[in-house]
Design a protein around this ligand. Structure first.
Ligand code: ADP
Ligand code: G6P
Length: 471
């Protein structure tokens, strides 16, 4: 078994299980912030990525991708249900996102979550060199840091939570709250998107574990665990290069033509997830049409909603509700050849996403709660022209950085309508000033800056960060 000095452990490997019938594998930029973010840095970094390749049954043999080795972890059908669809995505995901959907507490799922976390920890222990750094990602693998420490006390262990970490009053609902907290605090450094999350963990560590805890350092079981905020980002250079390429610019022109050369294009790009606020957005848009503030021929809305977690009941119900609402809105306000909403339930290539971003006059990003939201950052990076307005939920982590966006509370449908109208009628000079400020921020805070900041805080020496690519 070949071993690495840097190991990343995440539930999902960043490739499509269908993409490798002959054993050769290609990167699939799978929709989802974690894969988008890590793909950008790891593609060029000598490391091993431990994760699930999608599908069930024995893990496939996968070739290296550049310097990156892939170590697949297998899941059975029952494990997929109990661990991924169950405990991770029906209990933790909704609870961590403000319980915008009722979390399901099924006692049968816990044991499977534990068994699968153990399998990931064992796989990481197997591929890590003596003294290696292992960087564990996200809510699926919250028990892995402590399990790994028990197996391999020589390792430097990092954990990063891509999703929000809830306030104590919500976290306290979790039946396995102590084990989950202890598991995560097995790391040397626990990173979050926002400082509030580190504060929440400190309070919980005091309350549940009797630990001495501040917002930066927690002392538990005689060990010191550092915590902190490291807002994740995107590959700004990639998105800038894509969006200024002649091919993407001509795709964008064609898109606008295909949309009927409207005065304004409103765009949303989300995984089809109940945290993304798609229903609230449709309600707001439908009322703007009903009240005559927006006319179908002048304005077009494009909603990209890529399928996600389709075996989970709440996601199936959401899809049914959204598709029925889109149908109602198009039936009521559309004309022949002119739908009010173009609804696209498909994955897109990066270049197609860049072309869509170029086409948008108003990018509408209105999650009810989101750890970061990389789509908002991608839109800003794609608009070298300084055009376009970003309407952004206050409840996305990105709102703390993209302060010049048109910020909105998506729960307040009247406020959302007003903000949409405000963004649609803003002066070009105002839009350009806002976009320039946001772009300047992003250039200094791209994905490499994120990884460097995290890895430097993990090893305190900067040696780990030196392995990252230069640009
Ligand atoms: P989340 O991580 O909750 O899915 P983010 O906005 O942080 O939300 O990340 C979504 C990522 O998935 C972005 O990098 C975005 O470009 C990508 N993405 C979203 N929709 C699609 C799609 N239809 N096809 C391909 N990639 C997509
Ligand atoms: C969010 C989570 C990631 C997850 C992604 C896509 O970004 O934080 O961990 O990979 O959504 O979801 P999926 O269930 O398809 O992996």
């Amino acid at each position: 078994m070949r071993q690495s000095s840097l190991v990343v452990v995440a539930n999902r490997l960043p490739l499509d299980d269908n993409a490798a019938p002959d054993g050769a594998c290609e990167w699939r930029r799978s929709p989802g912030g974690l894969a988008s973010a890590l793909h950008a840095i790891l593609e060029q970094t000598p490391a091993t990525w431990v994760g699930w390749a999608g599908g069930i049954g024995p893990a496939p043999q996968l070739s290296d991708i550049g310097g990156l080795r892939l170590r697949p972890v297998s899941l059975s059908a029952a494990e997929l249900r109990g661990y991924y669809e169950g405990f991770a995505n029906s209990t933790l995901w909704p609870l961590y996102h403000d319980a915008v959907q009722q979390p399901v507490f099924d006692r049968g799922w816990w044991e499977t979550y534990r068994i699968v976390n153990r399998r990931f920890a064992e796989a990481a222990a197997e591929v890590a060199e003596h003294g290696a750094a292992v960087w564990v990602q996200d809510y699926h693998l919250q028990l892995v840091p402590q399990m790994l420490r028990d197996l391999r006390p020589d390792l430097l262990i990092g954990f990063f939570m891509h999703v929000p970490f809830p306030p104590p009053e919500l976290y306290m609902q979790l039946p396995r709250r102590v084990e989950l907290l202890r598991g995560m605090l097995g790391a040397d450094l626990v990173g979050f998107q926002r400082p509030q999350a580190a504060h929440n963990v400190a309070q919980l560590a005091q309350k549940l574990l009797g630990a001495h805890a501040t917002d930066d350092v927690i002392t538990v079981d005689g060990r010191t665990v550092h915590t902190g905020a490291f807002p994740v980002s995107i590959d700004v250079a990639e998105m800038r290069a894509l969006s200024s390429s002649p091919d993407v610019l001509s795709q964008a022109k064609q898109l606008r033509h295909d949309l009927g050369q409207p005065k304004r294009v409103l765009l949303s790009v989300d995984r089809l997830d109940y945290t993304k606020g798609i229903e609230h957005r449709l309600t707001a848009y439908s009322e703007l049409l009903r009240d005559g503030h927006v006319k179908v021929r002048d304005t077009v809305m494009v909603q990209v909603a890529v399928p996600s977690r389709e075996q989970v009941d709440s996601y199936q119900d959401l899809r049914d509700r959204i598709e029925s609402e889109v149908g109602r809105i198009n039936g009521e306000f559309g004309r022949v050849g002119e739908p009010a909403i173009h609804y696209l339930n498909q994955p897109f290539a990066r270049s197609q996403l860049a072309a869509l971003y170029q086409t948008a006059d108003v990018m509408v990003v209105t999650p009810l709660r989101d750890g970061m939201n990389l789509v908002a950052k991608e839109f800003v990076a794609a608009r070298e022209d300084g055009g376009g307005a970003l309407v952004l939920s206050e409840f996305a982590g990105a709102a703390a950085e993209l302060e010049q966006a048109f910020l909105v509370n998506p729960h307040d449908v009247d406020g959302l309508k007003e903000t949409l109208l405000h963004a649609m009628s803003a002066e070009p000079a105002d839009l350009s000033a806002r976009m320039t400020a946001m772009r300047e921020h992003l250039v200094g805070h791209d994905i490499l800056a994120w990884a460097r900041a995290y890895l430097t805080a993990l090893d305190h020496t900067g040696r780990l960060a030196e392995r990252l690519p230069d640009t």
